[in-house]
Design a binder for this molecule. Structure first.
Ligand SMILES: C[S@@+](CC[C@H](N)C(=O)[O-])C[C@H]1O[C@@H](n2cnc3c(N)ncnc32)[C@H](O)[C@@H]1O
Length: 199
């Protein structure tokens, strides 16, 4: 689901850039990937996260995608010229990733799954494209934050089949993704790394 004007303002904001820098550094401490990895960022928005992933993790290949073509255009404008060739941006749906099975060392997703009505199938799709022992780095928010009395009037999110930590972890485990490390704030959200178990 694309963002409405209010959430666009929240994510395309310097405060979010600062917050995301802290989140990415924390994720790196949880599970530092060796340089040279093949990485995909889902729901990349205007590309601020992809730029930080590139600086922190030094991948050989970095793809970043979003459902919203306007976000992909913004990413083209946001990136400094030196990084434009290092990151490939494209528009697509997480439910149908144009990536081969078992092809990526890591997938990053910041605040994406809770925007997707069929988030469970998205988890399956992320697991499909990760190599065995590949890592899914995620930041997710829970309904008490984005569907409370105030935020349900301001923001636009799917309303059916929402998740808190237990439902999210159960779905990740169902698709063979198991917790490496996670920081969860009850009723607010989770920052964590989940590793794909070898079959
Ligand atoms: C809350 S924003 C987060 C943007 C960015 N990751 C950040 O942290 O600032 C969620 C993003 O997910 C994208 N999105 C929503 N549903 C999607 C889908 N099915 N496939 C790909 N991207 C999706 C939205 O267009 C939006 O850019």
């Amino acid at each position: 689901m694309k963002l409405n004007w209010a959430e666009r303002w929240v994510v395309n904001n310097f405060v979010r850039v600062f917050e995301q820098r802290l989140l990415i550094r924390r994720l790196k401490k949880m599970f530092p990937l060796p340089p040279g990895a093949a990485i995909l960022e889902i729901g990349c928005g205007r590309g601020a996260g992809a730029l930080m992933i590139h600086k922190e993790f030094k991948p050989a290949v970095l793809h970043a995608m979003d459902l919203d073509i306007d976000m992909i255009r913004r990413a083209g404008r946001y990136l400094p010229a030196a990084h434009k060739r290092a990151i490939s941006f494209f528009a697509a749906d997480v439910l149908h990733l144009p990536c081969r099975n078992d092809s990526l060392d890591a997938v990053f997703g910041f605040g994406v799954l809770h925007h997707i009505p069929d988030w469970r199938s998205s988890v399956g799709e992320i697991a499909r494209v990760l190599k065995p022992h590949g890592a899914y780095y995620l930041e997710e928010l829970y309904p008490s934050l984005y569907q409370n009395f105030i935020t349900r009037r301001l923001l636009l999110h799917p309303e059916e089949d929402r998740f808190y930590g237990s439902e999210l972890k159960a779905s990740l485990n169902q698709f063979n993704l198991f917790q490496q490390d996670a920081l969860e704030i009850r009723k607010i959200g989770m920052l964590g790394v989940f590793i794909k178990k070898a079959a």
